[in-house]
Design a protein around this ligand. Structure first.
Ligand SMILES: *[C@@H]1O[C@H](CO)[C@@H](O)[C@H](O)[C@H]1NC(C)=O
Length: 353
């Protein structure tokens, strides 16, 4: 089982003479979908690095198509050539190239659900197990947090930018805008802030260096979640029916924000392009709390994502065992091309010269 970011590791399937499957913690790259035989239309499925989702403007279509062609014709082949060179350096001149390895993949699992990402045209070798697989059973909250949340009957806004974006690195202007917006809210605020140096900020804000996010979101007094829009945070908000305000930074976060807006489960502020203004943040938070449609929409989205014959984890386990039972011969016509390992050759790999 190989993460799609590193398809060169599929070589171990050859070495150990076993079927290979790919795994992705997000909806995936188009060139991987292409290798699986899935549709990879640049306008229907724009790259996750763009803040485009549904009804692309002409400019967005153009940007997406140019990026798609550049990636497919230049970037990906260059990357695979580099990776293949590394494989040949360590496994011998005759080692297969990355494209050949991808051709033999039996199945791929993607952490995506069509209710959030939109439907995608794929073959039977592609399984979407998406949505919420990392969620776990409740654990009791630390006492001080539990007390704070219990006491805050007026409601709590939970603020966290995840583990890659540190609040302390926000920059003075954005930090001030956020602190002022949160300070003016008629709610309590729980702010995950990793620095030892707690700034002088309004009284309604409680800072914590770390928080058990799933258990915080589960608390009934939490009314809104301000997040950077990472996929796992988004899934947690959906699961616990907490409307969101998104402050996307990089990667797939802007597109996640577009998806959340499309589903009307939250408001997004594209601060990397447009800056961050106190009033805009404050009114976005007020809106998602005071307009009950956000909570209704997020609740019904959670119900759709969870309404499946088996959980995402069960799906991945079942299909992995299926691949094992049929030794990788079920879906892939290339699987018979695996090299025969000559065990008399000691530990030498099949391409030794
Ligand atoms: C918070 O409220 C819950 C539910 O009423 C209760 O079970 C829990 O003990 C309370 N926690 C604290 C620290 O008071």
């Amino acid at each position: 089982m190989v993460e799609i970011l590193f398809p060169q590791l599929l070589i171990f399937g050859e070495l150990f003479k076993c079927p290979t499957v790919l795994m992705s913690s997000f909806p995936g790259y188009f060139h991987i979908h292409g290798a699986l035989g899935n549709s990879m239309h640049p306008i229907v499925y724009p790259s996750i690095r763009f803040p485009f989702f549904r009804n692309l403007s002409f400019k967005e279509r153009l940007v997406s198509t140019v990026y798609f062609l550049d990636h497919l014709l230049r970037h990906v082949p260059q990357k695979y050539t580099r990776n293949t060179a590394i494989l040949r350096k360590y496994f011998g001149e005759n080692a297969p190239d990355v494209n050949q390895l991808l051709d033999k993949v039996e199945m791929a699992f993607f952490n995506a659900h069509p209710a959030l990402n939109g439907p995608r045209l794929v073959g039977q070798n592609t399984i979407f197990f998406g949505g919420m697989v990392h969620l776990r059973d409740p654990k009791p909250l630390p006492k001080d947090l539990d007390e704070f949340l219990n006491r805050s009957v007026e409601g709590v806004v939970y603020f966290s930018l995840g583990s890659n974006v540190k609040s302390a690195f926000l920059g003075q202007d954005k930090f001030q805008a956020i602190a002022q917006a949160l300070g003016e809210l008629p709610y309590k605020v729980l702010w995950k802030y990793e620095s030892d140096h707690i700034p002088d900020t309004p009284k309604n804000i409680k800072f914590v260096k770390w928080s058990p996010q799933q258990d915080v979101l589960r608390h009934p007094n939490v009314r809104a979640f301000v997040t950077q829009g990472g996929l796992q945070s988004l899934e947690e908000a959906i699961y616990f029916h907490v409307p969101i305000v998104l402050l996307p930074f990089f990667g797939d976060q802007e597109q996640n924000a577009k998806k959340a807006e499309h589903k009307k489960i939250g408001k997004a502020i594209y601060h990397m392009r447009n800056g961050l203004h106190k009033d805009e943040l404050k009114s976005a938070i007020m809106e998602v709390i005071e307009d009950p449609s956000y909570r209704q929409n997020i609740k019904s989205l959670a119900e759709i994502i969870l309404d499946e014959p088996m959980t995402g984890v069960e799906k991945v386990v079942w299909w992995s065992e299926y691949v094992i039972r049929h030794k990788g011969h079920a879906y892939n016509s290339q699987s018979h091309k695996r090299p025969q390992v000559d065990k008399s050759n000691g530990n030498k790999h099949p391409w030794s010269t």
